[in-house]
Design a binder for this molecule. Structure first.
Ligand code: GUN
Length: 292
């Protein structure tokens, strides 16, 4: 078994982006500027947004964090999105999900200018992704594809089972890995909560991707010998042995599954850093698309 080290691969990407920033500076060009909107104090979201801001610092991008209380009215958030759409100093921005229940996430997502939608969640970008037209790819699926590519994992002709059909991971990833590309050309099965014989289907997977947010869901009886395992889950679970009282746990029962597979992503340090690296790639692209 080999670890698919997302932390290392993401560091490689950050170095490349930092060089691109230096080159831009030398040529007197604008430095990319990412803004992030964070609503509330959810621990996971705080961690992710913090990591995104830190990545900007490391690469040399500018970043702005905009925070609102849990109770922020939808109209205020929409007004901020519209202001960021118009703000010429901001090249791309994200609204960290999930949002509180009184806010319509789809309404907020649709209000973002597709040219600044570096998360790739706007229907225009998702549509472009489906048709393989230029646009922003959603960060987690793009990060997984990049991880497979940079670690030379063969995908052509492989059976790929994805568990979880979310708009931001499972559904776009099923399209990206099924298309005629490298990585790609997989035979993809998109499994979900109504799938029958899930264990049996998972055992057909040469590449098994778990994206359901249920810690330890994938167990050895669901894994084919020698499979490649990608774990998208990052749930906080209680851990009294840690000073902070919790640790991150993936959707895969790592300790029992790892000996059975050829490659596996750890949690943390697998898909998470690659998601952030993809967001950084999109941010540079957003600025380049403006011809700046
Ligand atoms: N919540 C979980 N993943 C993501 C992501 O990639 N982008 C945003 N904006 N919110 C998320």
């Amino acid at each position: 078994m080999q670890l698919l080290d997302g932390k290392h691969t993401a560091e490689e990407i950050r170095k490349e982006l930092a060089e691109a920033v230096q080159e831009r500076k030398k040529n007197g060009k604008k430095i990319p500027h990412l803004a992030a909107i964070l609503v509330g104090n959810d621990g996971g979201s705080l961690t992710y947004v913090g990591a995104k801001v830190k990545a900007c610092d490391q690469i040399g991008f500018e970043s702005t964090l905009i925070r609102y209380d849990d109770s922020v009215p939808e109209e205020i958030l929409l007004a901020k999105v519209r202001a960021l759409n118009e703000d010429k100093s901001i090249d791309g921005f994200i609204v960290q999900l999930p949002l509180p229940a009184h806010i319509d996430e789809m309404k907020i997502t649709q209000a973002i200018d597709p040219k600044k939608d570096v998360d790739g969640f706007h229907p225009v970008n998702l549509g472009n992704m489906v048709l393989n037209l230029p646009g922003f790819l959603p960060a987690t699926p793009a990060g997984i594809v990049e991880l497979l590519k940079r670690n030379k994992i063969e995908t052509e002709g492989k059976n790929c089972v994805i568990i979880g059909r979310s708009n931001i991971v499972g559904t776009p990833l099923s399209i990206m890995l099924g298309r005629n590309a490298n990585p790609g050309n997989c035979t993809v099965t998109l499994a979900h909560s109504r799938t029958k014989n899930l264990n049996e289907i998972c055992r057909t997977a040469d590449i098994l991707i778990a994206a359901i947010g249920q810690p330890g869901f994938v167990t050895t009886d669901m894994v084919k010998e020698g499979a490649v395992i990608i774990d998208v889950g990052t749930t906080r679970v209680d851990d009294s042995s840690r000073a902070r009282g919790w640790r991150l746990k993936g959707d895969v029962d790592f300790d029992s599954v790892a000996p059975k597979c050829s490659f596996i992503t750890p949690v943390p340090g697998g898909v998470g850093p690659m998601t952030i690296a993809s967001l950084m790639i999109n941010t540079l692209k957003a600025m380049e698309l403006k011809g700046k």
